[in-house]
Design a protein around this ligand. Structure first.
Ligand code: ATP
Length: 418
C-alpha cells in the first residue's frame, strides 16, 4: 500500500532469543510502528528472530526489496550471542571494520562511570563498511545506518531507553530526508455499541476507496478506534482529506461515535457531567467496582463522582439500596426491575444527579437457557426518570465485565446527549 502512495515500505526485525520466550514481549516494534505511522509510513512486515547469525542473515535478505527501509533492533551488545552486526554485514556482502574511535568513546564512557571497560566491549567497535555510526548517548552499543542498492537499513540497540532516543535523533530524520515534504493529519474516532465486523461492513465501502488517508481500525472490548491518517503536500490538503472521509463515515456511525480526539469514554462522560454540573453514583454487582474504578481513574473525577455500592448478595441490595425483597424474589437479581431499583436506591442515598447500576451473569457459571452467561442489565436513574436496558455481552468473564462497564458509561453518555 505504501508503494502505491509513492512511499517506502518498512520492515522491522526484532532480534533476541528472549523475545521468543513467553516472558518477554517485543514492544520496540509496536513503538516504532506508531512513530512510523505518524510519518505516514506503513510497516508491511515484522518478525522476531533469535540470536542466531544464519537465521538473522536469512531474515535480513528476505526483507530486501527496492526502496525498502529495514529497521533492526537488538543484538548489538558485547557478547557472543549479539549477532546483528555480523548477520547484517553478511547479508549485505560487506566486511566489518574495527573502529578505534568507538573504542575511545567507549573507554571514556566507562571512565565517566568510574569503571574500566572490559575487553569484550570491543566487539561493539565493529562497523559495517560504508555504514554511518549513530551515537548512543544512553548505552554502549552505537547504532548503524547503511544505504545500498536503494535499500536502507538501520541497526539499533534493543533496550527501549536506548532505541527510542536513537530513532528520534538519528533514524527519523534520515527516513524523512528521503520523503517528499509532507504534512500529516490524523482524525481519530472512538465508537461504542457496535461489533468490529458490523462496523467494518458499514464503513469499508467508504475507506477502501482511499489509500490516502490510510485507515486503521483498532478493536478493544466494546470500544473501537478508527484512525484516518492523511499525508499531503500541505497541512490544508491533509486536513481537507481526512475531513472529506470523516464526513462520509460519521453519518454511518451516528451517535455511536463518542469521541473525535482519542479520549476514552470515562473522560468524555466526565466532561459531560462536569459541563452540566451533574454528579453520578454507581451500584455494581457483576462488575465488582470496575465501573467506579473507570470513572475515578480520571483526574478531577471527585468533582462529579458521588460514590458507589458494591452489592453482590440480595441482602446487600436490600440493606444498602432498599431493593424490595419481593421484587428480588419475583424477578431474580439479574432483571430489569432490580437494575432500576438499584439505580434508584443509589441515586436516593447519595443525592447524585444520576446513578448507574450493573447486574449480570459474568460466568463462567450461573447461566441458564433464558439467561445465558453474558446477560446483564444496566439501570440508569436521573432527572428524567429511571430506565434499564438488557444486554447480551459475549466473551469470557473478563470481556463480559469490561463490556458491561463500557455499556454503563455509554448509557449515561446517551442520557446526557438527549
Ligand atoms: P545491549 O547493549 O544492552 O546488550 P542490545 O542491542 O544487545 O543491547 P539486547 O541484548 O538484544 O540489546 O536486549 C537488551 C534488553 O533490551 C533486553 O533484555 C530487553 O529487556 C530489551 N529489549 C530488547 N529487544 C527488545 C524489544 N524488541 N522490545 C522490548 N524490549 C527489548
Amino acid at each position: 500500500m505504501n508503494a502505491g502512495r509513492g512511499l517506502p515500505d518498512v520492515e522491522i526485525i526484532a532480534v533476541g532469543s528472549e523475545l521468543l520466550t513467553p516472558s518477554k514481549v517485543d514492544t520496540n516494534s509496536l513503538w516504532l510502528t506508531e512513530r512510523l505511522n505518524a510519518l505516514g509510513l506503513e510497516v508491511v512486515r515484522k518478525s522476531v528472530v533469535g540470536d542466531d547469525r544464519a537465521r538473522l542473515e536469512a531474515a535480513i535478505r528476505a526483507a530486501f526489496g527496492q526502496g525498502k527501509i529495514i529497521l533492526l533492533t537488538g543484538g548489538l551488545g558485547p557478547t557472543e550471542d549479539d549477532v546483528t552486526r555480523e548477520a547484517a554485514a553478511a547479508a549485505l556482502g560487506r566486511s566489518l571494520s574495527f573502529r578505534d574511535e568507538i573504542v575511545e568513546w567507549l573507554e571514556k564512557r566507562f571512565a565517566r562511570f568510574g569503571r574500566k571497560m572490559a575487553d569484550i566491549n570491543k566487539r561493539q567497535a565493529y562497523v559495517i563498511d560504508g555504514a554511518e555510526i549513530l551515537p548512543n548517548p544512553n548505552g554502549t552499543a552505537p547504532g548503524q545506518w547503511i544505504e545500498q542498492d536503494g535499500i536502507r537499513i538501520a541497526l539499533m540497540p534493543g533496550p527501549p531507553g536506548e532505541l527510542k532516543p536513537m530513532f528520534e535523533a538519528e533514524i527519523s530524520p534520515r527516513i524523512q530526508a528521503g520523503l517528499e515534504p509532507a504534512a500529516i493529519r490524523t482524525l481519530v474516532y472512538r465508537v461504542v455499541g457496535i461489533g468490529e465486523s458490523d462496523l467494518d461492513q458499514l464503513i469499508a465501502p467508504v475507506y477502501t476507496k482511499y489509500s490516502n488517508p490510510m485507515t486503521t481500525i483498532l478493536a478493544a472490548v466494546n470500544d473501537i478506534q478508527i484512525h484516518l491518517r492523511a499525508r499531503c503536500p500541505t497541512a490544508e490538503d491533509a486536513e481537507a482529506l481526512v475531513a472529506e472521509v470523516g464526513r462520509k463515515i460519521e453519518p454511518l456511525l451516528g451517535d455511536r461515535i463518542y469521541s473525535r480526539d482519542g479520549s476514552p469514554l470515562e473522560v468524555i462522560v466526565g466532561r459531560m457531567l462536569h459541563d452540566r454540573s451533574a454528579t453520578v453514583a454507581v451500584a455494581e454487582s457483576c462488575t465488582g467496582g470496575m465501573l467506579g474504578e473507570r470513572i475515578t481513574s480520571v483526574p478531577g473525577s471527585s468533582h462529579y463522582f458521588a460514590g458507589g455500592f458494591l452489592v453482590y448478595t440480595n441482602a446487600m441490595k436490600t440493606g444498602l439500596l432498599g431493593v424490595d425483597p419481593d421484587v428480588l424474589a419475583k424477578h431474580t437479581a439479574v432483571s430489569d426491575p432490580v437494575a432500576r431499583a438499584m439505580a434508584d436506591g443509589a441515586r436516593e442515598r447519595t443525592g447524585s444527579t444520576y446513578a448507574l447500576s450493573v447486574t449480570g451473569i459474568a460466568g463462567p457459571e450461573g447461566g441458564t437457557e433464558e439467561m445465558p452467561v453474558g446477560t446483564g442489565f444496566i439501570g440508569i436513574s436521573g432527572p428524567n426518570g429511571t430506565d434499564a436496558r438488557k444486554f447480551r455481552w459475549v466473551g469470557d468473564r473478563r470481556r463480559i465485565r469490561h463490556a458491561a462497564v463500557q455499556s454503563a458509561l455509554d448509557l449515561l453518555r446517551r442520557r446526557m446527549i438527549f
